[in-house]
Ligand binder design. Structure first.
Ligand code: GBH
Length: 520
């Protein structure tokens, strides 16, 4: 049951002005609390990923992941020359992490398993007992604290021996991923009841296989990146059905996938070509993964299929660069997710752009044919790609609902903002308040079926190519101390209060001295 709406009385002119200044659309009462509240059974959590926090890259018989290997070979790949060798040292400090999650009052913790920590060769002939023990201990400790672990099988740290075979561009990986999933379900399925097969295949394939923003930096524009997408989708479907048939009957859990989406808004909404560009972007980057799984038709979206086929032919390719699913693969994929895991951070303004200097041809970018810009008025507290536009969150939730319906619940598996550090992270407090409010609007005013939300991320961590330069954490981490001390930021207290009260307090910053004076 949804909780009460509690619509506030008419706001006075002054408080309305305050709301607008904060970018809040909608009424809150004099206390500053949001008019809508989160249902009692709403899933609130916080997310992390193995490579970004664990460290212990060569400890306990762990195999190497492609990020380990690549960063050791190319120490200047990250902007600060850093790597994940120690990260936040969560391999050793997992108890501290659990205390942090607990202190936020959360009942859910989304994390990922490092594939090479379980299977050092990538394949299931060798199972690393130390790795298994590490995760089982961690899961049990979480349960002891009444925190449900939500586990992602693949958050980008592919075992190096499998990358050497071409990684996700080699179809054989579908079997190996299924084998890995089977090991994980067998060893952990008694405890884990919520699985995500993989995190953001779109970011993984476009940055890692199409370009060189991520490892493996394959630079196979328009070819390798679609192979990666295609085989990741099929591997996901195989893991889903394996769980569904052989594990769900007795383990009784749920399994889905996590997709990422920027929202795409037309730069000039009065221009048809900009509106088309925005819709094309969403289909080419989100629909390409979501349509095969969540649409009633299945398969790639018609727009995507047609566009990549036509451009491929015009470039002299005999066959489309986007592989075809067989009809049984279409069936395998359709409906292969119990929830829609969504990672959302920001919005871009779209306009039609057939070619841009810097685009490789062929490439996903060139196939999409859209120029991405952001409104200079949107604040950018940290990473250059992440501008704050809360309304985009509501819009992307609606886009998903419009395209795929309300039957499958959406779980927001990541949402958050970066800055350059500091405990008094006002920008992050404001980001969470305003984004969460847009999610409430999507739930109560638009009828989107949203059942959970995970803040990204628990603590400052290894932020891929950005190394440790940008911070996403609710907890500050002191990377100069061997202890990697975690300290709650203002946003941690604010989030904990939202989780406890089930409402957003838009006056949190004003009230902070009273509420948390002892800690600051
Ligand atoms: C998510 O990716 C990841 O799941 C998570 O691991 C990550 O820490 C988090 O978000 C924060 O980034 O340099 O202009 O080409 C988000 C995807 C990937 C989006 C890198 C921005 C760089 C854009 N991000 N990408 S650009």
């Amino acid at each position: 049951m949804r909780s009460s709406r509690g619509v506030a009385r008419l706001a006075t002119g002054l408080s309305l002005w305050c709301l607008l200044a904060q970018g809040v659309s909608g009424y809150v009462d004099g206390s500053g609390l949001s008019n809508y509240s989160f249902p009692d059974d709403f899933i609130f959590g916080v997310a992390t990923a193995a490579f970004q926090i664990e460290g212990a890259w060569n400890i306990g018989n762990k195999g190497e992941s492609m990020w380990d290997t690549y960063l050791h070979k190319h120490p200047n790949f990250t902007v600060d020359g850093s790597n994940g060798d120690v990260a936040t040292d969560s391999y050793h400090k997992y108890k501290t992490d659990i205390n942090c999650v607990k202190s936020l009052g959360l009942k859910y913790y989304r994390m990922s398993i490092s594939w090479p920590r379980i299977l050092p060769q990538g394949t299931d002939n060798v199972i690393n007992k130390d790795g298994v023990r590490y995760y089982r201990t961690l899961f049990k400790e979480l349960l002891k604290e009444n925190i449900t672990p939500v586990v992602t099988l693949f958050h980008w740290d592919l075992p190096t021996p499998l990358m050497d075979l071409g990684g996700w561009s080699n179809p054989k990986i579908i079997d190996y991923f299924e084998d890995y999933a089977k090991v994980a379900f067998t060893l952990f399925g008694d405890i884990i009841k919520l699985w995500s097969t993989m995190n953001e295949p779109h970011q993984h394939c476009s940055n890692g296989y199409g370009g060189d923003n991520f490892v493996p930096a394959m630079m196979s524009g328009g070819v390798g990146e679609y192979l990666c997408a295609h085989y990741m989708l099929l591997a996901h479907a195989r893991a889903y059905h394996l769980y569904d048939k052989s594990f769900r009957p007795h383990q009784k859990g749920k399994i889905g996938i996590t997709l990422d989406a920027f929202y795409a808004e037309p730069k000039d909404p009065t221009k048809q070509s900009d509106r088309d560009a925005a819709e094309r972007y969403l289909q080419m980057h989100l629909g390409i993964f979501a349509h095969p799984i969540y649409s009633s038709m299945g398969d790639y979206p018609p727009l995507v299929r047609e566009r990549i086929n036509n451009i491929s032919l015009s470039q002299g390719f005999t066959r489309s660069r986007l592989p075809y699913f067989t009809s049984s693969e279409i069936d395998l994929l359709r409906g292969s997710s119990d929830f829609f895991g969504l990672n959302h951070y920001t919005t871009y303004l779209m306009s039609d752009m057939p070619m841009l200097q810097g685009w490789r041809v062929p490439s996903w970018d060139h196939d999409t044919g859209v120029l991405l810009e952001q409104n200079p008025l949107w604040p950018k507290p940290g990473a250059d790609w992440l501008a704050v536009y809360p309304a985009g969150f509501r819009k992307v939730l609606n886009w998903i609902t419009r395209n795929y319906g309300t039957r499958i619940p959406i779980i927001v598996t990541e949402n958050g903002v970066s800055d350059f550090g500091g405990l008094n992270d006002y920008a992050r407090v404001s980001y969470y308040n305003n984004y969460l409010y847009q999610m409430l609007l999507a739930m109560y005013e638009d009828g989107c079926n949203i059942q959970g939300y995970f803040a990204w991320t628990l603590m400052d961590d290894f932020e891929w190519k950005d190394g440790y330069t940008v911070k996403f954490g609710l907890f500050h981490v002191d990377f100069n101390s061997t202890e990697r001390t975690r300290i709650p930021k203002l946003s941690a207290f604010n989030y904990a209060e939202i989780v406890r009260r089930r409402r957003i307090n838009f006056k949190y910053i004003e009230q902070i001295p009273k509420a948390h004076i002892n800690i600051l």
